[in-house]
Design a protein around this ligand. Structure first.
Ligand SMILES: CCCCCCCCCCCC(=O)SCCNC(=O)CCNC(=O)[C@H](O)C(C)(C)COP(=O)(O)OP(=O)(O)OC[C@H]1O[C@@H](n2cnc3c(N)ncnc32)[C@H](O)[C@@H]1OP(=O)(O)O
Length: 194
C-alpha cells in the first residue's frame, strides 16, 4: 500500500504542548556522542546498528544507520525489527538530547514503505511533536541513501518520562553510574523531575 493510502491517525493522539528545547541541549551542528558504549543502537557493539546522529535545525535530529549483512531479515534486505530498533534509537536520542528528560519507550509504531537493502544507509530525521505531562510524542522519517531520498520507513513513538531510579531499580546501577559520569550527561544538566 502506498504511503498516501495508509490510514492517517491523528498525531499526537492527545492534546499536547509544544516541546521546549532544554537550555543545555546540544545545538545545531553538534555530532552526538554515543550515549552509552554498550547501546545496541549507537554504541561500540559488534554487529550493532552503529547509528550516528547530528543535531539539525528547528528541533530535528538527523541519524544515519548503515545497513550491513549483519542486519538482514530476508536475503539482502534489512530486518524489520532492526529497522524499528533504529527508529527507537533515533527517537529516544532526540527526546533525550533535546529535552534532557530521562524517558523510556512506551509505544513504537512503524510503517514500512519500501525495502531497505543491505549496503544502503538510512537517513532518519526525527523530531519531538508534543508533550503531555510525562508523555512525550516523537516521530521520524527514514530516507534511503540521502537526507532527501525516498522515504522507506516512518515511525511514531510515545516516550514516558521516568525518574533516574527507574534505571537503578530495573537496570544496572553501576552501568548507570558510568552513563551519568560522562561530562555531557551530568545530573544537573537534566530535567529529572517527572
Ligand atoms: C543524552 C542521552 C540520550 C539518551 C538516548 C536514549 C536512547 C535510547 C533509545 C532506546 C529507548 C528504549 O528502548 S527504552 C526500553 C524499552 N521500554 C521499556 O523498557 C519501558 C517498559 N515500560 C515501563 O517501564 C513502564 O510501563 C513505563 C515507565 C513506560 C510506564 O509506567 P508508569 O511509570 O507506571 O506510568 P503509567 O501510569 O503506566 O503511564 C504513564 C502515562 O503513559 C501512558 N502510557 C504508558 N504506556 C503506554 C502505551 N504503551 N500506550 C499508550 N499510553 C501509554 C499511560 O496511559 C499514562 O497516561 P496518563 O494516565 O498519564 O494519561
Amino acid at each position: 500500500m502506498s504511503d498516501e493510502r495508509r490510514p492517517a491517525n491523528p498525531w499526537p493522539p492527545v492534546e499536547t504542548q509544544r516541546p521546549e528545547i532544554h537550555p543545555k541541549a546540544p545545538g545545531p551542528g553538534t555530532d552526538l556522542e554515543m550515549h552509552y558504549t554498550e547501546c545496541f543502537g549507537c554504541g561500540d557493539v559488534d554487529n550493532g546498528l552503529h547509528i550516528h546522529s547530528t543535531v539539525g535545525e528547528s528541533g530535528v535530529v538527523h541519524s544515519r544507520f548503515p545497513v550491513t549483512r549483519a542486519h538482514q531479515g530476508a536475503p539482502g534486505l534489512a530486518h524489520g525489527g532492526l529497522l524499528a530498533c533504529a527508529f527507537d534509537e533515533a527517537l529516544g536520542s532526540t527526546v533525550g538530547n533535546l529535552l534532557r528528560r530521562p524517558a523510556v519507550t512506551g509505544k513504537l509504531e512503524t510503517d514500512f514503505l519500501r525495502p531497505v537493502p543491505v549496503g544502503t544507509t538510512l537517513f532518519i530525521a526525527a523530531r519531538v511533536d508534543g508533550v503531555a505531562g510525562r508523555k512525550i510524542y516523537a516521530s521520524a522519517d527514514g530516507h534511503l541513501n540521502s537526507a532527501d531520498g525516498p522515504v522507506a520507513v516512518r515511525a511514531r513513538g510515545l516516550f514516558i518520562q521516568v525518574g533516574l531510579e527507574h534505571f537503578t531499580t530495573h537496570g544496572d546501577a553501576d552501568a548507570l553510574a558510568k552513563f551519568t559520569q560522562a561530562p555531557r550527561l551530568r545530573h544537573d544538566d537534566w530535567d529529572i523531575n517527572p
